[in-house]
Design a protein around this ligand. Structure first.
Ligand SMILES: NC(=O)c1ccc[n+]([C@@H]2O[C@H](COP(=O)([O-])OP(=O)(O)OC[C@H]3O[C@@H](n4cnc5c(N)ncnc54)[C@H](OP(=O)(O)O)[C@@H]3O)[C@@H](O)[C@H]2O)c1
Length: 211
């Protein structure tokens, strides 16, 4: 059993990762910028810890990771531009944990913008340049920082996330989008991310998931 901190564990995918990691027997704590809001919502499952952390405040991340064995990063920004949430998350985590620490990071298949495996020409040629340039640029900085670190990282690149049931067939490629795949259930992503706590199979690699 590991003590696991999920930064972004209050989010839609983060909560599912927390459930799954707990089911696998880990001691799980999630973060939120405003833990009281999350407590008031009553959505933190029994037996899962909740602490404050804001990736723009490295001291809060340092305090949150204390006494943890592994960290999962699943932060996201609601804004079109990421406002440096991804790169700040990388900077804060790399500065807070010891070399060799297991860190599993959720990223996006869209980071590899020229990947021919990405479907939908309009996604590559119109949506990304118009609306998601800053977000993917910041995500790429995050990826590069983790890849250059001495951490035991796995960067899980996800396709467009959908709510609803999982259990569909998932395709996984190393560092490129499974050809034509454009969606992924948050449940399936969460199950894959949590499973990485128990295996080194994808250590220092970039599993890229799509249905
Ligand atoms: N949406 C997609 O289609 C898609 C596609 C590919 C990859 N992804 C990736 O999949 C992951 C999960 O996405 P999601 O849509 O499930 O997320 P989400 O529901 O939007 O949750 C976002 C999480 O990020 C946290 N967060 C935001 N700003 C933060 C900050 N400054 N410091 C600390 N935490 C912060 C939020 O916590 P609080 O607000 O509680 O503080 C929340 O837990 C993300 O890494 C995202 O980039 C998403």
């Amino acid at each position: 059993m590991s003590r696991v901190l999920i930064i972004g564990g209050s989010g839609r995918t983060g909560r599912l990762i927390a459930d799954e990691a707990k089911r696998l027997g880990h001691d799980v704590t999630i973060t939120a910028r405003d833990p009281r809001r999350v407590t008031d919502e009553g959505t933190v499952p029994q037996g899962i810890g909740l602490v404050h952390a804001d990736v723009h405040d490295p001291a809060s991340v340092l305090a949150a990771v204390k006494n943890t064995d592994a960290v999962i990063v699943a932060v996201s920004s609601s804004a079109r531009g990421s406002g440096s949430v991804y790169s700040d998350a990388a900077r804060a985590v790399i500065g807070a944990v010891a070399p060799g620490t297991r860190v599993i990071v959720v990223s996006s298949g869209g980071v590899a913008r020229d990947d021919k495996g990405l479907p939908l020409w309009w996604f590559r040629r119109i949506l990304t340049p118009l609306f998601m340039n800053d977000l993917y640029t910041d995500m790429k900085v995050m990826e590069d920082m983790f890849r250059a670190s001495e951490l035991d990282w796995t960067i899980v690149r996800a396709s467009y996330l959908k709510d609803g049931p999982g259990g569909g067939e998932i395709r996984i490629s190393d560092g490129s989008n499974p050809r034509g795949g454009w969606k992924l259930s948050r449940h399936d992503l969460a199950a894959f991310v949590a499973a990485q706590l128990n295996t080194e199979e994808w250590s220092r690699r970039l599993p890229t998931l799509a249905q």
